[in-house]
Design a protein around this ligand. Structure first.
Ligand code: 15L
Length: 274
């Protein structure tokens, strides 16, 4: 059985992914936060990925890394810098030094959030980040490209929309990713023989999608879910929002300076903020 490291394992996406992959892989689950519940196939390692020694420790002896750790919304520069820029670099470099060849990097729709909603974009669309957070995801994608071309690593970047058991509003009808479709994409990243450096969109087979996800389909992604099943219910409760946010794919990230962060700041960033 392959051993897979999942960073940011205590977060929402990490929690869904762990449940979906339980039993399929030996999971090394890592986070700054303590984990309360474990599956039988999991082993927890606490780590602050902005610290290179921690990154080296957790990547030792694994077959692949799913790097979910870091800041997952728009936030202060100190937090983004240490968790998503320094932390992301540490993970790629630590994986390389430990001989780990596969990295699945869940990037975000916010790497391209300033495309309009009436545009359909594919994996070749140049980045149009909508936030400091989006910029940090573009940085991670660029690192993936570098580590694939220069060091021969196999890197799948999944520009995730929104992972939830069901879509929560109108925007998410276009970018929803069900937990089982997320697990399918991550499994492609871990297993598919043809991956060098790839960008795909982390969305289910949504009727209202604004992505051309042909690169994912080429890699044999066959989404099982479509947000349309929830559309009537979601649209019935939708309230009109900010006009700019409504125009762009990134929604509120195109206008807000901060979005409430579910994860704590790493120690280094906390010190700088004081
Ligand atoms: C993201 O990238 C975030 O990690 C997630 O919390 C959601 O805000 C999502 O984007 C979204 O756009 O809905």
């Amino acid at each position: 059985m392959k051993t897979i490291l999942i960073t940011g394992a205590a977060g929402d996406v990490g929690t869904h992914l762990r449940r979906e992959l339980a039993g399929k892989y030996a999971l090394r689950v890592s986070d700054l936060r303590p984990l309360k519940k474990f599956h039988a196939s999991e082993r927890y390692m606490r780590a602050d990925i902005s610290n290179f020694a921690d990154a080296l420790r957790i990547t030792k002896g694994v077959d692949a890394v799913v790097h979910l750790g870091g800041y997952s919304v728009e936030g202060p520069w100190e937090g983004i810098l240490s968790a998503n820029i320094v932390g992301c670099y540490n993970m790629f470099e630590a994986a390389r030094r430990n001989g780990v060849r596969r990295i699945v990097f869940p990037t975000s729709n916010h790497a391209a959030g300033f495309y309009r909603r009436d545009q359909t974009i594919d994996h070749r669309a140049y980045p149009k980040p909508d936030s400091r957070y989006g910029v940090s995801k573009v940085f991670g994608e660029a690192l993936g490209s570098l580590y694939a071309d220069k060091y021969g690593m196999q890197v799948l970047c999944i520009r995730i929309g929104n992972v939830n058991p069901a879509p929560i509003d109108k925007r998410r009808l276009s970018i929803w990713l069900s937990p089982r479709d997320l697990a399918q994409l991550v499994t492609i990243g871990i297993e598919h023989p043809e991956i060098r450096f790839e960008i795909v969109y982390g969305v289910s087979g949504n009727t209202r999608s604004w992505y051309d996800n042909s690169n994912a389909h080429r890699l044999e992604y066959r989404p099982r879910d479509d947000s349309e099943a929830y559309a009537a219910e979601v649209l019935a409760r939708e309230k009109p929002g900010d006009a700019t946010a409504e125009r762009y794919q990134g929604g509120a990230f195109t206008v807000e300076e901060e979005i409430p962060n579910p994860a704590p700041l790493p120690r280094t960033a906390r010190k700088k903020r004081r």
